[in-house]
Design a protein around this ligand. Structure first.
Ligand SMILES: NC(=O)C1=CN([C@@H]2O[C@H](COP(=O)(O)OP(=O)(O)OC[C@H]3O[C@@H](n4cnc5c(N)ncnc54)[C@H](O)[C@@H]3O)[C@@H](O)[C@H]2O)[C@H](O)CC1
Ligand code: K
Length: 510
């Protein structure tokens, strides 16, 4: 699914009015009615005190539409106009009049802190203060109101965006609504997925308000949300008449004394993801451990017993993976440099491999095109330095990807895959996957798919998605705490099967 910017959504809005020959008030009625339907479906007429806080722009106008429908359906509603400015939008004004026509309980005007109502734990708060029109941080008394709502422990539903959050930028130090649920129009917004802002969104549901299909289809977005449908379209099934040589020959290089488990996990993940032939190259100390834990994998050893000091120069693989548990010794770094001099096939570099690249940036130039690196936040910081905010981080990662023609997997609660200007945001996974070895497994799956002749980009997107959905399959049974990285590897096959079952994708949890 494409993720649109505020400017693209505003344009979609404009095109829709022209093409469908409707007024903006009619579009607001459509959007607000859909929000009402979702609320009504869940509340079923329950006598819960509802407090709706409306700004004076179109987000506030949506809130007024919702208020009108709720009142007409007999709900117990108090509507507040949060009058942070006198520049009320036209559609806000017409819905203000419409509301006054159907009830004697007119909206209450809030002009300062003195006008704040009490908000109780059992209240249902609807946040229609600001939407995508936010253009600076929320400060002053409106910020105090947001803080009051946040500390009230009432359930908060945000319309379109949690107020105070902007779709494509971050405002430092402003107040932001911490929503329990966000009903967002047409397209999810980028800030819903970034580490510093995702916690404000709560559970997310995107509502199709039927903006112009042609515009949505053609609009040139380079940010995509990856869900089941997208992963399914990347997956290629196996040919009936095939043999192990059709599914890739991969070489995984890594490990050091005490960290051989990382290579066991990566190779197990590669085998569980369909690799035809997997060989590992490890320090000699890991030989027995590897052979015993995974007999399907072939083992080559370095002349050094405790670390990698040389890569096998004449090994013919379709793809190489390096870094897990490898340490950053000079000898290991030199070995990587020497290997990259002649390497033409894509390489997947993880963990200490990335730390070596950070210390020896000249090696980045030697990386073959379409290679993949998979940094977690600490490794990324060593690679690109500090960032001001998540948007600045994305810009820096895009620049690095472009300069060295690399695919960069920025690992996190929502893993981002950056390829030049394009960004793919993964939607699968859960907090149970924040566990040792889960990155080693991911590298193994990516390597496996590249070996099976997927393009590096397709392999990476599919691997990240399946890694996440495998983690969810496991934690659905064991809970978050008990999930082991090895379980993620072992359940990749089930995750592939699930791509094709008919169960709907679970609603996304932020
Ligand atoms: N196409 C769609 O998706 C539809 C969107 N709808 C809703 O409209 C809002 C966007 O409305 P807009 O009037 O452009 O802006 P806001 O209501 O978000 O903001 C109001 C107003 O506030 C001013 N402002 C901005 N930042 C601040 C600040 N920090 N402090 C004080 N004032 C501020 C700014 O000048 C704005 O004009 C969208 O989110 C949807 O909810 C339609 O209803 C349906 C179609
Ligand atoms: K809002």
């Amino acid at each position: 699914m494409k993720i649109l910017t505020a400017a693209q959504l505003a344009e979609a809005d404009k095109v829709t009015l022209e093409k469908q020959d409707i007024t903006s008030e009619e579009l607001m009625e459509r959007a607000g009615t859909l929000v009402f339907n979702e609320i009504h479906k869940r509340l079923q007429g329950a006598p819960i005190p509802i407090k709706i806080f409306c700004g004076i722009g179109n987000n506030g106008g949506d809130g007024l539409v919702v208020a009108r429908h709720l009142i007409q359906h007999g709900y117990e509603v108090r509507t507040f106009i949060v009058n942070y400015s006198d520049k009320r939008s036209e559609d806000f004004l017409s819905n203000y009049e419409k509301l006054k026509e159907i009830t004697n309980d007119w909206p209450e005007l809030i002009k300062s802190k003195n006008g704040f109502p009490e908000i109780h734990t059992g209240d249902f708060v609807i946040d229609a203060l600001f939407g995508i029109g936010l253009n600076r941080a929320v400060e002053g008394w409106p910020a105090d109101l947001i803080n009051l709502i946040n500390t009230s422990q009432a359930f908060v539903l945000s319309i379109d965006m949690p107020s105070g959050l902007a779709p494509d930028q971050v405002f430092k130090d402003g107040a932001v609504i911490k929503a329990g649920y966000t009903l967002s129009f047409q397209s999810p917004k980028l800030s819903f997925y970034l580490p510093d802002t995702m916690e404000y969104v709560g559970d997310l549901q995107v509502i199709d308000i039927a903006l112009d299909r042609e515009y949505l289809g053609k609009v040139d977005s380079n940010i995509f949300l990856i869900g089941k449908e997208e992963a399914q379209s990347l997956y290629r099934s196996r040919k009936i008449n095939s043999h192990k040589g059709d599914y890739g020959k991969v070489l995984i290089i890594g490990g050091s004394y005490g960290k051989i488990g990382s290579v066991i996990l990566a190779s197990r993940a590669a085998m569980r993801s369909g690799t035809g032939l997997c060989t590992v190259y490890i320090p000699e100390c890991g030989y027995d451990a590897l052979q015993i834990s995974i007999p399907e994998v072939m083992v080559l050893t370095d002349q050094n017993s405790k670390m990698i000091t040389k890569f096998p120069s004449d090994f013919d693989a379709d793809v190489f993976c390096f870094g897990m548990g490898a340490g950053t010794n000079e000898a290991t770094a030199n070995a990587l440099g020497e290997f990259l001099e002649t390497q033409k096939k894509p390489v997947v570099i993880d963990a200490d491999g990335i730390n070596i690249l950070s210390k020896n940036k000249s090696l980045l130039k030697k990386m073959p095109e379409n290679s993949v690196i998979t940094p977690h936040p600490g490794e990324l910081k060593r690679l690109i330095g500090e960032w001001k905010d998540d948007f600045d981080k994305l810009d820096k990662v895009k620049a690095l990807s472009k300069k060295f023609k690399l695919i960069i997997v920025v690992k996190g609660a929502h893993t981002f895959i950056v390829n030049n200007e394009e960004v793919y945001i993964n939607s699968s996974g859960n907090p149970g996957m924040a566990t040792a070895g889960s990155g080693d497994v991911l590298s193994g799956v990516i390597t496996s798919f590249i070996g099976q002749n997927y393009s590096s980009l397709a392999a990476t997107i599919l691997a990240v998605y399946l890694h996440g959905s495998s983690g969810t399959l496991v934690s659905d049974q064991l809970g978050y705490e008990s999930l082991l990285a090895g379980d993620i590897a072992d359940n990749i096959g089930r995750a592939v099967q699930q791509l094709f079952n008919r169960n709907p994708e679970p609603e996304q949890k932020n």
